[in-house]
Design a protein around this ligand. Structure first.
Ligand SMILES: [Zn+2]
Length: 317
């Protein structure tokens, strides 16, 4: 495998397709991931969305238009893309900086409710490094958001650390915590396969609202009367908190560049993830862009993100 440098930008090596149904619409959608030039970032392209024309929607926090049940970017009256978080988590988890995502519907397919199918798709073509340096958003001072009984914060830290705690009254979930230093390997092994979950009692309320129409035991862990209904059971005993971590990684990937910092949340969710990122990035004194020094690194599978603290004697851009 080719050796590479840890702070070069990456894109996918070739075009790859993913087909599936939207969890809310229940409709079939085709995603086409395409390589993109350096500094493009992650951009959705809603094909033929308005009067037969394509509409580009950057996957950025400033384009977030809804955080109920899922994260949506773009203008829902014009052209938008919903349920982007599991795909965004796969891209951030593997360290993909630049990609165009053509989509022929308004919702990213749910697949099995995790990031697994997106990882598989990206692995079919692999990643290539590009000539431009990757830049990082370095957290300079803590920001914190509180919402009801939950809170979330971003703090300065030499690495990409995530610490997530959930606390449900239901016995089947209860209180669960997880902490990771994000790298492609950790994401693949500890996070990517954790599925979304829901309570049957909530589903009964959401279905008449036109939501969760595509929801099934094929794409979510369903809980009823303190029991997991899926015959195959859980992928980990704490799959629930791992999925909340996956969501946080995906939502925070809307920063536009990887984050150097510690993200912590207690009883968080899409809204809190978004508000915390917004609190950071709308305060210019709370962050700065940095380059890492060029150095030889691990093979492509460990590209970019499994960085150790001493590497962050980074020059301020
Ligand atoms: Zn999720």
């Amino acid at each position: 495998m080719a050796r590479t440098t840890v702070n070069a930008q990456t894109t996918i090596a070739d075009t790859v397709r993913v087909v599936g149904i939207g969890v809310h619409s229940g409709q079939e959608v085709t995603l086409t991931l395409q390589p993109a030039d350096p500094d493009t970032g992650i951009v959705f392209v809603r094909t033929e969305a308005v009067q037969g024309r394509d509409v580009e929607i950057p996957a950025l926090w400033s384009h977030v238009s809804a955080t109920d049940l899922c994260t949506m970017v773009g203008d829902p009256k014009h052209a938008s893309v919903a349920t982007i978080e599991h795909l965004m988590a796969a891209l951030r988890g593997l360290g993909v900086d630049n990609v165009l995502i053509e989509i022929d519907g308004s919702e990213v397919p749910v697949m099995d409710g995790s990031s697994d199918a997106f990882i598989e798709a990206i692995d079919q073509v692999g990643l290539v490094t590009q000539s431009a340096r990757r830049r990082w958003i370095k957290v300079l001072k803590p920001v914190r958001v509180e919402l009801g009984s939950g809170w979330a914060e971003l703090r300065p830290h030499d690495g990409q650390r995530y610490e997530v705690t959930i606390d449900f009254p239901d016995k089947v979930i209860g209180r669960q915590s997880i902490g990771i230093d994000l790298s492609p390997r950790v994401f693949r092994e500890q996070v990517a396969r954790a599925r979304t979950f829901g309570f049957v009692k909530d589903l009964e309320k959401l279905l008449p609202m036109g939501l969760c129409r595509g929801s099934s035991l094929e794409n979510s862990v369903a809980i009823k009367d303190d029991r997991v209904l899926n015959p195959e059971g859980l992928r980990w005993a704490d799959e629930f908190v791992r999925h909340k971590l996956l969501d946080a990684i995906g939502d925070l990937a809307l920063s536009g560049a990887p984050l150097l910092g510690l993200y912590r949340s207690y009883r968080g969710g899409h809204r809190m993830n978004h508000l915390t990122l917004k609190a950071l990035l709308s305060d210019p004194t709370a962050w700065t862009l940095v380059d890492a020094p060029l150095r030889a690194a691990a093979p492509a599978a460990e590209l970019g993100l499994g960085l150790v603290a001493p590497a962050w004697a980074a020059e301020v851009a």
